[in-house]
Each structure stands twice: as C-alpha cells, then as structure tokens.
Design a protein around this ligand. Structure first.
Ligand code: DAH
Length: 368
C-alpha cells in the first residue's frame, strides 16, 4: 500500500511538473486529488484497513496529498507568471516606432522653396546671402535710395510707419538719425539692404537679400500687404550693364528653363540709372503670344514676354549715401529686385496671391 502511494505521488508529481498550462494543471488536480482520484479513495478506505496499517498508510497518503497540493500551487504560480510575461512581450509597444497610420511628414512651403532656388542660382555665381531688418529707417528705405523727402516715388509705396516712441533706443539712434514720427517704417522693399550691404562690406560686393516687405495695399489677387523679394547687388570695378544683362539672363534660364530668352526694357527707379525691366520669353507660348490652337496666350497677354524683375545700374547718388564714402567716380555696380511670390506664381501657374496666406493644405500639398 505504501509503495502504491509512493508511485501515485511520483506519477502525479512528474505530470504536474510537465503541465503546459493552467487548463492541463486543473485536469491533473481533478485526476490525482479529486473526489474520484485513487488517493482520495484510498484515504476514505483507511478505516477498513488492518489497525496496524491505518497509521502509516494514513500518514503517507496525507503527506503525498499535501506535497502534491504544494507542487500544484507552485506550478500554477509559475505558469501564471510565464503567461503574464508572454503577453507583456507579445503586446509590447515600441513608442519610438512611427504611429499607424504614420504621420505625414511636412514639407517646405512653396515660398521657402522658391526663395532657396533663387538663392542657389546666385550662390552658384559667387554671391553671398545677406539678410536685413524688416523694421527700417526711412533713411535706408527711401532717402539713401535717392528718394528725398517729398519725392513722388515714396507715395507709390504706401508705407506702414512706426511710432519711434515704441522702438528700443538702439534702433532709433543707430545711425544718429533725427527722431520723428516718420523716421521708422516697415520696409517697402528689400532695396534698403543695398546701402546697408555696402556699409557692411567694401567692394567687390556680390550679395542677394531675401526677405519680407510691406505696403499699405488693399488685398486682391495680385496684392498683399506683406510679400517677399530678393534683392541683388553687384559692386566691383568695371561692372557694366552687360554684366547685368548676362547675369539676369543666366538667372532666368536657371529658374524658368534653358530655352528661355530675356530682354531689357527701359524703366524708371530712383536708385538706378539707367533702370531696366527684365522680361523673360513666355513659357506658355514660347514667346509667340499664341497658344497651339491659335488663340491669344492669356499668360503673357499675347506679347510673348513676361516681366520678372526690375534692375539697373546703381545711381551714383546712392554710392554717395554710403557711410564712409563710396566714390561714385570709380565705383560701379548693378542692382535688381524680384518678387518671390511672383516668380513662384509664374513658375507654377498660381492664379491668386491670396493662396499663399490661406493655409489651405490642398494648395500647399501640391508643392511637396
Ligand atoms: N525695389 C524695387 C521695388 O520694390 C525693385 C527694384 C527695382 C530693385 C530695381 C532694384 C532695382 O534693386 O535695381 O519695386
């Protein structure tokens, strides 16, 4: 009898140690310790044994039962722990992985892209990119650019003047300029950087200046009170109008395609003499003014040419306004200014300037 108990225990013990999961374990419990198990029946039948046998058999059976119960509990604990570990491993979330669906990566705004394209063309020619203040002195914005007070061209650039009382001391007195209600404004163009650039560095000087400019315009398809320009300035010995023509022809081909042609037309700006308007041959009709079907090309209005920028030879008077003096007798240079929005609109067929500020992703996403 004792041997039987021992072998029952060994058998159950081995099965418990090998049980793969909680369900198997429960089955083992019922089979080996349940009401109908051999061990239970054995314990129940103790009273029918010989008196001498009762003590040792009862003790052995109870010991076997207690031992197996302990083994079952231990095995159950092990299995539960393993199960938790398993599901933790299976359900682990790597927070460093992209979400599902992955969040779309943004892209540069078309204006930034266009600005960089323009910069790249001129950096490729040896120009340096420079930036300047958007809150500017009337002096740099107008006076030093040959628009004396009262000059009619000042009115063409309806300006946002700033109350100098609201400005830090350093801004107002930077150049020892007299304070006054019309002394400081939001720059109406990037051209003030011509004189600032010449004050920062002696010739040879080749700079492009991207940045925002502001005018008191009413908002429509071609006007916004804030827009962007790239100013260019080349000052060196012997610079001529031919250099201007060659440089801007190269830029137009780089921006609009190698098959483009350019032409210069007389124009007027107070700070250049002579002044020119630079036109590029129309890319919709290739300069013919007519579309394939024979109808008038609306992009160039049938002229075959599109104006892209203003330029000219720096007026000697402007050199005269540079602090510490640029000798107008020996210094020569050319300047140009183009609108970044305008270049982007022409390149991509954008019909309305307001699209740039409406933050409509359907518009923005077309230029990813
Ligand atoms: N500043 C002019 C404007 O905003 C553009 C311009 C014209 C810039 C001729 C220049 C230039 O440097 O030479 O309309």
């Amino acid at each position: 009898m004792l041997k039987r108990i021992e072998s029952l225990r060994a058998e159950a013990s081995a099965a418990i140690a090998a049980a793969p999961d909680a369900v198997a374990l429960e089955e083992l419990r019922v089979r080996h310790l349940g009401r109908k198990s051999e061990l239970t029946r054995l314990l129940r039948g103790i009273a029918e044994l010989e008196p001498a046998e009762r003590g040792p058999v009862g003790a052995a059976a109870n010991a076997a039962r207690a031992a197996l119960e302990g083994e079952l509990a231990a095995r159950r604990e092990r299995l539960e722990a393993a199960e938790i570990e398993g599901s933790l491993a299976a359900e682990a979330i790597d927070v460093t992985l992209p979400g599902t669906p992955p969040v779309a990566v943004g892209h540069l705004n078309l204006l930034t892209r266009t600005r960089r394209e323009i910069e790249d063309v001129f950096v490729g020619l040896g120009y340096r990119v420079m930036e300047g203040p958007e809150v500017e002195h009337d002096f740099y914005n107008f006076t030093a650019l040959n628009h004396p007070p009262g000059h009619p061209a000042r009115q063409a650039q309806d300006s946002f003047y700033i109350d100098p009382e609201t400005l830090p001391e350093a801004v107002v007195n930077e150049r020892g300029l007299p304070p006054g209600p019309t002394d400081v404004l939001l720059r109406t163009h990037t051209s003030p950087m011509q004189v600032r650039g010449m004050e920062a560095q002696r010739p040879p000087l080749f700079i492009v200046v991207p940045g925002a400019a502001y005018r008191r315009d009413t908002i429509d398809a071609t006007h916004l009170p804030m827009f962007h320009q790239v100013e260019g300035l080349a000052v060196a010995e012997g610079i001529s109008l031919a250099d201007l023509a060659g440089t801007l022809d190269h830029a137009a081909k780089a921006l609009f395609g190698p098959e483009r042609r350019t032409r210069l037309k007389p124009d007027y700006f107070p700070f250049t003499e002579p002044s020119v308007q630079v036109d590029v041959s129309c890319f919709a009709c290739d300069g013919s003014g007519r579309l394939a079907g024979g109808e008038r090309d609306p992009l160039c209005k049938g002229t075959g040419w599109i104006e892209i920028l203003g330029a000219g030879m720096v007026d000697p008077n402007v050199f005269g306004f540079v602090e510490d003096g640029y000798d107008p007798e020996t210094t020569q240079g050319f300047a140009f200014g183009m609108g970044i929005e305008r270049i982007a609109m022409l390149k991509h067929g954008i019909p309305d300037l307001r699209l740039f500020v409406e933050s409509d992703v359907r518009f923005l996403e077309q230029f990813a």
